[in-house]
Design a binder for this molecule. Sequence first.
Ligand code: DGT
Length: 230
Amino acid sequence: TLFFEAQRCFFKMNSENRKPFTVLVEGNIGSGKTTFLEHFRQFEDITLLTEPVEQWRNLRGWNLLDLMYKDPAKWAMTFQSYVSLTMVDMHLRPTPTPVKLMERSIFSARYCFVENMLRNGILHEAEFAVLDEWFRFIQQHMSIDADLIVYLKTSPSVVHERIRKRARSEEQCVPLKYLEDLHQLHEDWLVNRAFAECPAPVVIIDADLDLSQITDEYKKSEHQILRKAV
Ligand code: DGT
């Protein structure tokens, strides 16, 4: 019995220490990341980490997302440092299942949003330097690896229209140019590989399709995600 007990403990330790197969769901604002994650709610053995945006809208009663959109020069640094914290929290969150799906990551925060804010002068170079040092430190010292990236690829004009329709109050002044810039940065990061770091293989999904057709598109990626769940 001692042998069996030891064996049981060994298996338990092993399954607790085993890292989940981690999938990052990426794409422009309004590309349907939340809908994609919700599609996988029907399957067992997957942990879904959705909507960090709700935390950004309510930190002890403060709506950081709104502050950032209303006065970016003043609030961008504060907003991005909180985004980094919520992302690290998701990356490190212990997961009881063999598969973990995350909406966005610390990588898109750095390579798309922070990069964009640096390029258009919203972040001072000194502020950027601090955020980038944090990013590098986190990369070196914390376990934030991913196994697969699902890139929900869209056209800026399509997401612009979706954002207008969903009417999230903070986003009413988001111009098409902003979505075009973010689109290009997603492409540079995930398709053109312009940044040193692309943390995992990328699956591209055509996310311009509307809701009635997109389920078929989502199904195409199911096997890549689910076969890891066994
Ligand atoms: P979905 O489900 O694809 O429609 O996704 P969304 O649009 O609900 O979620 P997301 O993360 O693309 O964007 C949420 C809002 O937060 C959006 O107004 C853009 C903003 N946002 C997200 N991440 C960052 C970031 O790292 N920096 C900045 N400045 N804004 C961000």
